[in-house]
Ligand binder design. Structure first.
Ligand code: NAD
Length: 258
C-alpha cells in the first residue's frame, strides 16, 4: 500500500519486532496449531508424517513442536534460503507435489494462496488431514476440494470429511481457517503479552511522534523491542549480564583483536 501511495496514515510493522515474531509466531503458533489439530481430531502425533508448508517463523515453530511430539516432519518452501535452513535443521524438504502423496497431516502457514490445491488433493492418502494456520482461509483451495468431492459430511466438530471421486477421504479442519483460533484457544497469554506490549508502546510512540510521521511503514523502534524483552525477562525472574565499559569499548573498536 505504501508503494502504491494508498496508505491513509503511518503504519508501524509490529509483526517485524523481534519480540513479536520470534516468540508469538514461533512458539505461540508452534504450540497452539498442534493444540488445535489435537483438540479437533484427537490424533496421535507420534509417528505421523506432518507436512508443513512455509518455513517462516510460524512454520519453524510448528515443525519443532511436531518433531518434539515424535512426528516425521516434511517441509515445503519456495524460498531457497529457508528451504536450506529446514534441510539443515534436519527436516525432509520437498515440493508439495511430492509431499502430497506421503503426508498424514498437512499444515499451511505461508500467508500465500492455493498452496494446497486440486493436483495435491488427488495424490493424498485416504484419511489425510488438511488444515491451515496462516493468515487467511485461502491457503487451501477449498473450492477445488469441493469440486473433487463426491460427498461431504461433518465427522465431528471442526472436522469435515470430503470423499473424493477416487474414493479417498480428505479431512479439512475448521473450514481452512486458522486452526489454532477455531478449534483451540489461540496463543497463551504468556506469549501474547509481548505482542500486545509492542502494539501498545507503538501506539503511544505514534501519538507522541504524530507530527513527524509520514504515510509510510515504519519499523518498531529498537528501544521498544528491547524494552519489551527486558520487561518480559524481569517478569520471568531471569537476570542477564551487562557489558563492562571495557567490553563496550572493545566491541566498538576496529584496531584491537583483529
Ligand atoms: N495462526 C496464528 O495464530 C498466526 C500467528 C502469527 C502469524 N500467522 C500467519 O502465519 C503466516 C506465516 O507467518 P510467518 O511469520 O511464518 O511468515 P514468514 O514470512 O516468516 O513465513 C512464510 C513462509 O512461507 C513461504 N511461502 C510462501 N509461499 C509459499 C508456497 N506457495 N509454498 C511454500 N512456502 C511458501 C515463504 O517463503 C516464507 O518462508 C502469515 O500469514 C501470518 O499472518 C498466524
Amino acid at each position: 500500500m505504501a508503494e502504491d501511495g494508498v496508505l491513509a496514515y503511518p503504519i508501524i510493522a509490529v509483526n517485524d519486532a523481534d519480540t513479536k515474531h520470534m516468540f508469538d509466531n514461533r512458539y505461540g503458533t508452534g504450540q497452539s496449531t498442534l493444540d488445535g489439530v489435537v483438540r479437533a481430531t484427537n490424533v496421535l502425533l507420534a509417528g505421523m508424517r506432518v507436512v508443513i508448508a512455509g518455513y517462516g517463523w510460524c512454520g519453524r515453530g510448528i515443525a519443532s513442536r511436531a518433531r518434539g511430539m515424535g512426528s516425521h516432519v516434511i517441509v515445503c518452501e519456495v524460498d531457497p534460503t529457508r528451504a536450506l535452513e529446514a534441510v539443515m535443521d534436519g527436516y525432509e524438504v520437498m515440493p508439495m507435489g511430492r509431499a502430497a502423496a506421503s503426508g498424514d497431516l498437512f499444515i499451511t502457514v505461508t500467508g500465500d494462496k492455493n498452496v494446497i490445491r486440486a493436483e495435491h488433493f488427488t495424490k493424498m492418502k485416504d484419511g489425510a488431514i488438511v488444515c491451515n494456520s496462516g493468515h487467511f482461509n485461502v491457503e487451501i483451495d477449498i473450492p477445488a476440494l469441493e469440486k473433487l468431492a463426491r460427498s461431504r459430511k461433518m465427522s465431528r466438530p471442526f472436522v469435515e470429511e470430503f470423499t473424493l471421486r477416487n474414493g479417498r477421504r480428505v479431512y479439512l479442519l475448521a473450514d481452512g481457517r486458522l486452526v489454532n483460533l477455531a478449534s483451540a484457544e489461540g496463543h497463551p497469554a504468556s506469549v501474547m503479552d509481548m505482542s500486545f506490549a509492542d502494539q501498545a508502546l507503538c501506539a503511544e510512540y505514534m501519538v507522541k511522534n504524530a507530527r513527524k510521521l509520514k504515510k509510510k511503514v515504519y519499523d518498531v523502534p529498537k528501544s521498544i523491542d528491547q524494552q519489551v524483552a527486558k520487561i518480559k525477562l524481569e517478569s520471568m525472574g531471569v537476570k542477564i549480564d551487562k557489558l563492562t565499559p571495557e567490553q563496550v569499548k572493545y566491541l566498538a573498536s576496529w584496531n584491537e583483536g583483529t
